[in-house]
Design a protein around this ligand. Structure first.
Ligand SMILES: CC(C)(COP(=O)(O)OP(=O)(O)OC[C@H]1O[C@@H](n2cnc3c(N)ncnc32)[C@H](O)[C@@H]1OP(=O)(O)O)[C@@H](O)C(=O)NCCC(=O)NCCS
Length: 140
């Protein structure tokens, strides 16, 4: 999967260190346990679809990530979507979600919870709002 200068891929073995770096670079670290490497590791190893966006350069710097839990049959929960600040607004977030949809296929609903203030982004890329969603929130 390629877009100008960007390579999208599926990386089940993404390291916690790289994941943390992109969380920090995007600003999403404020809302994720970025200071707890063991928990980041468990988040990665417990996910079953990790889509990355990397720079199409020899270093292949990680620019964005989507961490997803899915059954590949009915539903896919995008728990984390993050794009490094310098690259935000250049289509990578949309590209990551397109890649997730391609991976899970047409039988699967792609679901996520928008961070406060980001709602209009998801409106803008054509996702529909779900008024009747519920959750038991995590305690820590
Ligand atoms: C939210 C985020 C994932 C979007 O990724 P991105 O690569 O910056 O977004 P894209 O370039 O794909 O944007 C697609 C469109 O949405 C618009 N958009 C981008 N960020 C937006 C925002 N915060 N609010 C409203 N619209 C936004 C873009 O202008 C673009 O519009 P266009 O196609 O008309 O030019 C990214 O900005 C990010 O990582 N933010 C910080 C972490 C975060 O909040 N993650 C979401 C957790 S739910």
């Amino acid at each position: 999967m390629a877009q100008s200068g960007i390579v999208y891929g599926v990386e089940p073995n993404l390291s916690a260190a790289e994941f943390r770096r992109v969380l920090v670079a995007s600003g999403l670290d404020a809302r994720r346990p970025a200071g707890d490497p063991d928990r980041l590791e468990r988040m990665l190893r417990g996910a079953n679809l990790i889509v990355t966006a990397r720079a199409y350069t020899p270093e292949r710097a990680l620019l964005g990530v989507a961490r997803v839990i899915t059954d590949f049959a009915y539903c896919a929960y995008v728990s984390d979507l993050a794009v490094a600040r310098p690259q935000q607004g250049s289509g990578i977030g949309r590209g990551l979600l397109d890649a997730v949809r391609k991976q899970v296929g047409p039988e699967v609903a792609v679901i996520l919870i928008a961070a406060p203030g980001i709602e209009t982004y998801y409106d803008g890329i054509g996702m529909s709002r779900v008024a009747h969603a519920f959750r038991f929130d995590r305690e820590r």
